[in-house]
Design a protein around this ligand. Sequence first.
Ligand code: URP
Ligand code: ZN
Ligand code: ZN
Length: 468
Amino acid sequence: MSDYDLVIAGGTVVTAADSYGADIGIRGGRIAAIAEGLRGAERIDATGLLVLPGGIDAHVHLDQPTSDGTVMADDFASGTRSAAAGGNTTVLPFAMQIKGQSLRACVEDYHRKAQGACHTDVSFHLVITDPTPQVLGQELPALVRDGYTSFKVFMTYDDLVLNDAELLDVFEVARRERALVMVHAEGHDAIKHLTRRLEDQGRTAPYYHGQAHAQIAEREATHRAISHAQLIDVPIVIVHVSGRDPMEQIQWARARGMKVHAETCPQYIALTAEDLRGLNMDFDGAKYVCSPPPRDADSQAAIWQGLRDGTFDIFSSDHCPFRFEGPGSKDNPRARTSFKWVPNGIPGVETRLPILFSEGVSKGRISLQRFVALTSTNPARLYGLYPQKGSIAIGADADLTLWNPTLTRTIRQADLNHGCDYTPYEGMPITGWPVRTLLAGRTIAADGRPVGTPQGGHLSRLTSEAYS
Ligand code: URP
Ligand code: ZN
Ligand code: ZN
């Protein structure tokens, strides 16, 4: 009888702390040994490959209904297939409350959609859009105790925005229940004002989305969120930080000892506001409309510095896929009349890891250890999944990504597995690509394609390490 169900042999094991050559022995879906010369019933030869903890994408949107009838391009099946092909083993999507809806009912809805469909493990963040006394007093505390230990709040969007009093109320519940609040920090009134002015001037092309969602509005909201968190003394995560100005607010808070964590995303290192011009200011720019929008070269440089120096804890995709063409797509008749009707969000769950590896590790901007920390270990720590996830250690889930650091590819929509009909990264050359993804020791993707039937489950989470 073999000691292990599976041995991954001859690879270079990479963690957030170090790299070393070793075999990994897997038994019962967990890592049972890390040593040389292991033998198992099955063997995968990882010679020349890096063996990484599976990617954890802590910010994805799947099968979310929208207020205007636009249909998200990925459900839980296609979104997690795409995630697996991109080297991820866990994704954290949102269960988004619709105003008037019970939070518990909302969570049950999302579980129904995800049930039996997931190729990776999943765990829901909540989104609080209607902080009624019932939600704040009963439903939210009960859900946090059930393992939904993080939730998102919005400082903009007509149907999602919370005012300052509501934010403070929600922060108070988070502190009491030891939940982590994720903040979408963009100033609603400033965006509305800029949008009106641009529309008055006939500036309605997708390009102007970038001007309406000015970095100043993001900076102001980031500071406001930080101030509210300071008043309540609660840790927060500022999600999808786009550039230098909001980063400076985060650094200001950290220098004063506040527990302010930060996330950034591929669009802020690989795209700029110029991409929203499309082909000569046409509707093609809608392919890049997301919020906050991509900024400029100076902001990209600042983001790289923040990825290196620890300003950013995590690097997530903010995968929020809408088709570019066809019914229910970005290209709906109203969207053609003004950028303000273009659905916000772009796809990226499959390309997150390759883009950061190629632009970061292959180009010498960040170390391999930092890559693993940003994309797997830190999200696991921040969102209460560590050490079951995000580590290569005895007893951890055997969620592993085998990575070829020298494989060169070009990102092409034709090769991707998401439900979207375009990628904003079309034509981008990449060095370093995942060649095999294993969830609990089972292969869920190989050579850029999902493998097998859905095996992923839902994870209940611990309190965030932000509270330790
Ligand atoms: O444009 C974006 N990012 N859409 C997704 C929703 C969000 O704010 O994360
Ligand atoms: Zn957001
Ligand atoms: Zn998002």
